[in-house]
Design a protein around this ligand. Structure first.
Ligand code: SAH
Length: 608
């Protein structure tokens, strides 16, 4: 007999917001295909232990359908689990069309959509009498276009409540659309991040100030935006409800949020729950838990008991940061053999399993551990424990300055010297972009801006020396790097990520110093490459055959020449994008991906 297929809504996140019907379906399921990071792993615990749980994030439509087809024919029950309600941006029609073709029957179970969890969080009646009797559920165009007639500039030209999915990444653009539609800047707006999750955040404001508030709160995705007079209720206009939020907001205002790729390790059940909560609030985090919890937390990676040390060693340079949800002693002993120095070691933070204290342990400034500790404390509502002297004295250390601006330190041996002078209030001259000096150093005794910087120069901190180059100085390098990439067809995003990271490591560079990616025109539709650029929010530039062939490169690529008539992809693209004729790293072939790196010349970088 054939198995059943059920397309079900998992609800917005909180385990007890799934419907009883969907829960029953999960209990009966043999195969569960769930949609990535927005389905709470605790919900998967309703399933049988032996049920197969597959994250659809890494699968194409064809793969999802093939998996479903095979399972059903083997008599297995399949649940395709979507966040919220499947009817809203669930991409279920394409799946249902394929199932229809294969004559596979299915049922759809509704769920509580995140839009309603968001309305509940702000206690709004979207159809408030006297204001509006209409709610519009929509999104702004992203990778999926929105039909022109439904452009927000047109849709919003009335007093309806408007709820937006998938649109928080560009708040200034969204606000501009509302204003163009004729809405007043005073119109109330509420943004709800991860509605109903433990780390839910609510930010209230108006069209006039919401962009800034969202930026300070560090919200970039996984949020519902509610706009309109119905959102505001007497007295609650500018309340920030959530205590976790208030904390995170204050934290985020002072410290820039940590956005690097983070590995989170937990060794207990409570720790794993906390790790999930923290990962949910971060941009790029992977959670690792012992194998014995793998069925309970099936969205996490697992490792064999006794294998934690090995895993950390393996992950060490593949991640920008490592967060340990365990005792400090365990973490210290595990990382001790791996330490090299403050300019190369990744950030290390330790957090107790209740999230009360997040301790910045290693690479506080350049590595970003202080920022990570604050980010984690913002999510858990706990305290960030930071011990670097400059920070405790409320000073921005020069290596921290470099890290938050994505600058490199040319002579790291001088960091200590100059930070010590900063702490001691000794006199120093700075060459920095003026706005940065104003914000960070203007009121600090002893410091003087001797020259604002044009983009063509790099920042320098010197002793009072009238710019004599003989004096000791701390040189920072603000130019970013262009990464040239050549790859074979159907390369995965993982392969590209690994290759880029390996190459950066070899060159002694970090991910946040990358300004852009570059490749050949023929790679314009290479999904793995595009996804990598999106994941890291990097501009990617494609060059045609003629431009590439006009560059003299150290190596040529016989394969690209034979296939596309292009002499070199990675090296030529990196040099073109960087506007330079030198490479920082000549081409490296890493698992099917070719990488070359060039430093972007300040005047000549191809920045359009
Ligand atoms: N079917 C889902 C929506 C999927 S599209 C639903 O009905 O909720 C994904 C978008 O939904 C996200 O970009 C975000 O805008 C929104 N979203 C999903 N879960 C959310 C949550 N818990 N809190 C806030 N927004 C959420």
């Amino acid at each position: 007999m054939k198995g059943k297929v059920i397309i079900a809504g998992a609800g917005p996140g909180a385990v007890d917001l799934i419907t009883l019907r969907a829960k029953n379906a999960l209990e009966q399921a043999d195969v569960i295909i769930y949609a990535g990071s927005l389905v709470n792993p605790e919900i998967l615990a309703f399933a049988k232990k032996e049920a197969e749980k597959v994250n659809s994030a890494g699968l194409s439509l064809d793969e999802v359908i093939a998996l479903t087809f095979n399972a059903v024919n083997a008599g297995k029950n399949v649940v395709r689990l979507h966040t919220g309600d499947p009817a809203m941006y669930g991409a279920i029609s394409e799946q249902m069309n394929e199932l229809d073709k294969l004559k596979i029957k299915y049922e759809v179970i509704p769920g509580v959509s995140s839009v309603f969890a968001a309305a509940a969080a702000v206690k709004a009646e979207l159809t408030m009498p006297g204001i509006t009797q209409t709610a519009i559920l929509t999104r702004r165009a992203g990778r999926t276009p929105v039909p022109e007639a439904e452009d927000l500039k047109k849709l919003a030209a009335n007093d309806a409540s408007i709820a937006l999915f998938l649109s928080v990444a560009d708040m200034p653009g969204l606000v501009a659309d509302f204003i163009e539609a004729g809405r007043s800047p005073e119109t109330p707006v509420a943004v709800v991040y991860r509605a109903s999750w433990p780390n839910q955040k609510v930010v209230r404001g108006t069209l006039a100030d919401i962009s800034e508030k969202i930026e300070s709160a560090g919200i970039k995705r996984q949020a519902i935006i509610l706009v309109g007079g119905a959102i505001e209720r007497g007295g609650e206009k500018s309340l920030l409800y959530d205590s976790g939020f208030a904390h995170g907001y204050r934290g985020a205002k002072e410290n820039v949020k940590f956005e690097g790729k983070t590995a989170i390790y937990a060794i207990t059940e409570k720790g794993a729950l906390k790790a999930g909560e923290i990962a949910g609030g971060m941009t790029k985090a992977t959670v690792f838990v012992p194998e014995k919890f793998s069925s309970q937390f099936s969205t996490f990676e697992s490792f064999g008991s006794q294998k934690l040390g090995k895993l950390i060693k393996h992950n060490w340079h593949d991640y920008d940061a490592h967060l340990f949800i365990m005792a400090t002693g365990i973490a210290v002993r595990k990382i001790a053999p791996l330490l090299e120095g403050k300019t190369v070691d990744p950030a290390v933070v330790v957090c107790d399993e209740l999230g009360n204290n997040s301790i910045s342990l290693l690479s506080g400034h350049i590595g970003g551990a202080n920022r990570l500790a604050s980010t984690v404390a913002g999510i858990t509502g706990g305290k960030a424990v930071i011990t670097t002297a400059t920070d405790t004295n409320k000073l921005v250390a020069f290596d921290e300055l470099a890290a938050i601006n994505g600058w490199q330190v040319c002579n790291p041996e001088m960091i200590k010297v100059f930070n010590a002078r900063l702490l001691a209030g000794e006199e120093m001259d700075l060459m920095l972009p003026e706005d940065i000096f104003e914000k960070k150093y203007k009121d600090i005794r002893g410091l003087r801006l001797i020259a604002g910087l044009s983009e063509a120069e790099n920042p320098v901190v010197t002793l009072n020396c009238k710019k004599s180059t003989k004096q000791p100085c701390l040189r920072l390098f603000s130019t970013g790097y262009a990464i040239g990439i050549g790859c074979r067809r159907n390369i995965t995003v993982k392969q590209i990520e690994k290759a880029v990271r390996t190459a950066l490591n070899t060159a002694g560079l970090k991910m946040d110093m990358v300004r852009c990616l570059a490749s050949a025109d023929v790679k314009r539709y290479e999904a793995g490459l595009l996804d990598f650029a999106t994941d890291y929010n990097l501009l990617i530039k494609f060059y045609g055959k003629e431009s590439l062939n006009s560059i003299v490169t150290p190596h040529s690529s016989p394969r690209a020449e034979k296939e596309f008539g292009i002499k070199s992809v990675a090296e030529a693209a990196a040099m073109l994008a960087a506007g330079t004729d030198k490479l920082v790293l000549e081409k490296q072939k890493i698992d099917g991906v070719t990488i070359a790196i060039a430093a972007v010349s300040p005047e000549k970088g191809d920045d359009d």
